[in-house]
Each structure stands twice: as structure tokens, then as C-alpha cells.
Design a protein around this ligand. Structure first.
Ligand code: SF4
Length: 116
């Protein structure tokens, strides 16, 4: 058996979770969670970790525009995603929520501010 400690990042409480797995990697138990949301977090974090990518892209006038993926993407894809995002230049008139890059490892890259 294998035991892993994680900090749950679903809410600011930051509970320390203790996850026990068998030799095949199956999760046998999750302990230390103050609420039920800690269990799926721990399972996803160990078996299929994902993250929302938050960064900036260049604009045509040389400024930076904040962007993020509209859903989490696989953690192992973050560097490859950043390489694609680095090539994006936001056009004039972009509004918050506009898609700047579609199908980025299962998510869309969207603006999180208006471009003024
Ligand atoms: S287990 Fe529940 S209370 Fe604890 S950090 Fe996660 S979401 Fe918050």
C-alpha cells in the first residue's frame, strides 16, 4: 500500500488529505477532508490531475491581455498549451469571455478582460 498527503485546494480551508492506494494504484481511502468535496479532489489529483491555465497574451498594440482556459486541462499538457498560447495575439475589440483559441487540450482560451 502507498500513502500520499495532499493539500486540498478546492476552498481556502486547505485541508490536509491522506490518500491510501493499493499496489495497482486504486484509491482505497481518503481521510482528513472536512467536507465531501475533498474526496473527488484527491482522486482527480492522483489519477487525472487538471489545472485551469491562467496567463496573458500579447495584443496588437503591444499590451498584455489576461486570459484563462474556460475549464481545467490535463496538468501534463500545461507546457504544450503555453507554447500555443504564446503565439496568440489578441485582435482589437476583444471583450471579456471572447474565445481567443479554441480546442486547447479540451478547453477554450478566453479573455478575462475587455481590450481597451
Ligand atoms: S476538504 Fe472541503 S473544507 Fe477541506 S479544503 Fe477541501 S473543499 Fe475545503
Amino acid at each position: 500500500m502507498k500513502t500520499t498527503e495532499l493539500t486540498c485546494i478546492v476552498c481556502p480551508m486547505g485541508c490536509t488529505l491522506t490518500v491510501t492506494q493499493n499496489e495497482e494504484g486504486e484509491i482505497l481511502s481518503v481521510e482528513g477532508n472536512t467536507c465531501p468535496r475533498g474526496v473527488p479532489y484527491a482522486k482527480n489529483e492522483l489519477l487525472h490531475p487538471v489545472r485551469t491555465l491562467t496567463t496573458t497574451v500579447k495584443t496588437a498594440n503591444g499590451k498584455l491581455l489576461p486570459v484563462k482556459t474556460d475549464r481545467p486541462i490535463p496538468k501534463e499538457s500545461l507546457f504544450a498549451a503555453m507554447e500555443k498560447v504564446n503565439g496568440v495575439i489578441a485582435p482589437e475589440g476583444v471583450k471579456i469571455g471572447d474565445v481567443l483559441l479554441a480546442d486547447l487540450f479540451g478547453a477554450n482560451l478566453v479573455a478575462t478582460a475587455d481590450l481597451r
